[in-house]
Write a protein that binds this ligand. Structure first.
Ligand code: NAD
Length: 369
């Protein structure tokens, strides 16, 4: 189906803003219970505290390979011992009616397995980005959720973040004229060579899979278009012990049907978090663009530079917006605005970017990419 993603994003945001809309009517009943799989940096430190900001979501269970940590987290959050699972006992979560949704916060190579096991256990799934480490895995995850008649959403939190939503609105409103190009740089300095992020079997790839995916996402949601071709080059010092298995820096250009080009850099060797959308009448700039908090934006037109304060979102934080959105989708039967298909689209492009860098040539993407 052909659609304009920006319209979907903006109408989803508008529905949330309009408190008396269908979204609000559907907001009745008990909060839905989430099981967090993987009590690492993101699951434990970032997501679990966000349930305090949610209107429709709560923590219902934890899944961890570390029994002591799981017991401590459960106790801190008032969960009974029956709400603690190991990776081995995970499938028995099917018998826990308190758990509606499983949130997969594991290394990338484990996303497919836990999404599929969760769907088979009758649970809806929120899966972290990148959705998986291959197109084939993404397709298997979508199929498993479809067979089980469960929702699948990818943790693309920026679709609920005020600055990015305002940038989408401005870019699609004509405020900066006809779009010409997007530029995005996303990176951080990877310091620990022992991390799973640097092991290909667990990560599926380097900075592109981890942080470059934000530049790819931004290029797609700010243009509302699907790229038709990619061209990529890689720069990695293979003598650096951090980068024996995965790439450090990758520079990729996406070509869109309207003629817009997106030039993106992704890296593990510099701190950068920036998006620029350039139109023939002006520009929108975000820096930082996709952080957990503190993102800022500016517009430039007719020689005037102006910082923009985006309108507040109806949710307290982007994370709460993301968590509650899936609950509302389960209640209403709507597809999440960042569904499994959205994660699959990115993975098709990521595979083409890697192929382009490897083969040193422009890769054309299929109509459905
Ligand atoms: P992390 O290393 O801090 O946590 C990973 C968790 O998985 C740990 O609890 C670890 O014990 C567990 N684990 C189970 N099996 C493992 C294995 N074989 N090797 C390593 N760890 C194993 O990682 P993280 O930063 O929490 O990232 C988890 C996922 O969340 C990744 O997919 C990442 O891309 C995603 N993430 C998303 C965002 C975002 O803003 N959306 C931010 C950070 C991370």
């Amino acid at each position: 189906m052909d659609f304009d993603r920006r319209d979907i994003l903006l109408s989803a945001a508008a529905a949330l803003v309009a408190g008396s809309s269908g979204a609000a009517r559907a907001a009745t009943g008990r909060p839905f219970g989430y099981a967090i799989v993987g009590l690492g940096q993101y699951g434990l430190k970032t997501i679990i505290p966000q349930f305090a900001n949610c209107a429709h979501s709560r923590l219902a269970a934890v899944v961890s390979g570390d029994p002591a940590k799981a017991a401590r987290v459960a106790a801190e959050h008032g969960l009974p011992a029956s709400a603690i699972y190991s990776y081995e006992t995970f499938d028995t979560i099917r018998n826990n009616p308190d758990v509606d949704i499983v949130y997969v916060c594991l290394p990338n190579s484990m996303h497919a397995e836990y999404t599929i096991r969760a769907a088979r256990a009758g649970k809806h799934v929120m899966c972290e980005k990148p959705m998986a480490i291959s197109v084939a895995e993404c397709e298997a995850m979508i199929a498993a959720c479809k067979t089980a008649k469960r929702k699948l959403m990818i943790g693309y939190r920026c679709h609920f973040e005020a600055t990015n939503l305002e940038a989408i609105r401005l870019a699609s409103s004509g405020a900066i004229g006809k779009l010409r190009y997007v530029r995005s740089e996303h990176g951080f300095v990877m310091r620990d060579p022992s991390l799973w992020r640097l092991k290909r079997a667990l990560s599926g790839g380097g900075s592109l899979m981890d942080i470059g995916i934000y530049a790819l996402q931004a290029s797609r949601y700010l243009t509302g278009e699907e790229p038709v071709a990619v061209y990529a080059r890689e720069s990695t010092d293979r003598s650096d012990p951090r980068f024996t298995e995965v790439e450090d820096m990758i520079d990729f250009t996406l070509e869109f049907p309207s003629g817009v080009m997106a030039g993106c850099y992704s890296m593990y060797s510099a701190n950068q978090n920036r998006v620029l959308v350039m139109g023939d009448k002006g520009r929108v700039e975000l820096e930082p663009a996709t952080r957990y908090a503190g993102n800022r934006m500016w517009t430039g037109r007719d020689g005037r530079e102006q910082e923009v304060t985006p309108p507040a979102t109806p949710h307290k934080t982007q994370f709460a917006g993301q968590l509650d959105h899936l609950v509302q989708c389960v209640r209403t039967g709507n597809e999440p605005i960042v569904s499994g298909e959205e994660g699959l689209r990115d993975m098709r492009i990521i595979e083409a970017i890697y192929r382009s860098a490897r083969e040193g040539r422009r890769i054309q993407l299929g109509a459905k990419a």
